[in-house]
Design a protein around this ligand. Structure first.
Ligand SMILES: [Zn+2]
Length: 243
């Protein structure tokens, strides 16, 4: 059973179990609902940033915002069961046949968070792209799209220069975070930095134990280490990327 002492109504948001306090993001031009949910302060700051980006010829758009626990669980289980491709550090698909549980866990964690341990659960973190340069259906979310001549290179350069003024930064940076570098993933630090210290690996253990997550025995056996690496080891707002 879920241990109510470990996850309260106040802390449920940390693990993707509460969306009631979130707001839906509206598209900048027509003001239409986009279906993406964010924490209210993050939504306001993002709207202001998107408006400024538009003036500079960039259509700052969202491809992923709030993600509930169940959605992250579905992604995890699809990868753990071979229904969805598992990529190595060079973004190449791996044959998972014959891997040990721990080898498979390490591979999945290169590009996907543990259910309950994704920053997308918080409503403060967003994956972005330049909708003027690439259609969401063509987007692969790989580093090459955000560097050199990639369709989102200009957007990335713009964010490196301007995001901080709006409260956003890149939490997943090479050499700084346990998670692989994600030049598309930004975080609203005035709120996200207040959430991280509240993250409790015992609450996460309880949640995973009571879920139908694949590989959960092997994950629970090393959960402390996984949380240290993939949740707590993170770039800080002071770790500026160079334009
Ligand atoms: Zn992301």
């Amino acid at each position: 059973m879920l241990n109510a002492a470990l996850i309260t109504p106040e802390t449920a948001r940390l693990y993707g179990l509460a969306s009631h306090a979130l707001v839906e993001v509206l598209s900048p031009n027509a003001g239409q609902a986009t279906g993406f949910l964010l924490e209210p302060h993050t939504a306001i700051a993002f709207g202001a940033m998107a408006e400024k980006a538009a003036k500079d010829g960039i259509q700052l758009a969202i491809c992923s915002a709030y993600r509930p626990f169940d959605r992250q669980l579905a992604i995890w289980n699809a990868k753990a069961s071979g229904k969805r491709a598992v990529l190595d550090e060079n973004e190449q698909a791996v044959d998972i046949e014959g891997l040990t549980d721990n080898e498979l866990i390490d591979l999945i964690l290169l590009w996907s968070a543990l259910p309950g341990a994704s920053r997308h659960h918080w409503g403060t973190d967003i994956d972005v792209f330049d909708a003027k340069q690439v259609a969401i259906s063509d987007l692969r979310l790989v580093e090459a799209e955000y560097s050199h001549q990639g369709p989102c290179a200009k957007l990335h350069h713009w964010l490196v220069t301007h995001a901080e003024a709006f409260g956003f930064y890149f939490p997943f940076q090479r050499g700084k975070s346990g998670v692989s570098p994600e030049p598309w993933h930004i975080s609203y630090f005035p709120v996200s930095q207040t959430l991280l210290p509240q993250f409790d690996h015992l609450a996460l253990a309880n949640l995973i134990e009571n879920s139908d997550m694949l590989l959960k025995g092997a994950v629970l056996a090393r959960l402390d280490t996984l949380v240290d690496k993939y949740v707590r080891q993170i770039a800080t707002p002071k770790d500026h990327l160079q334009p």
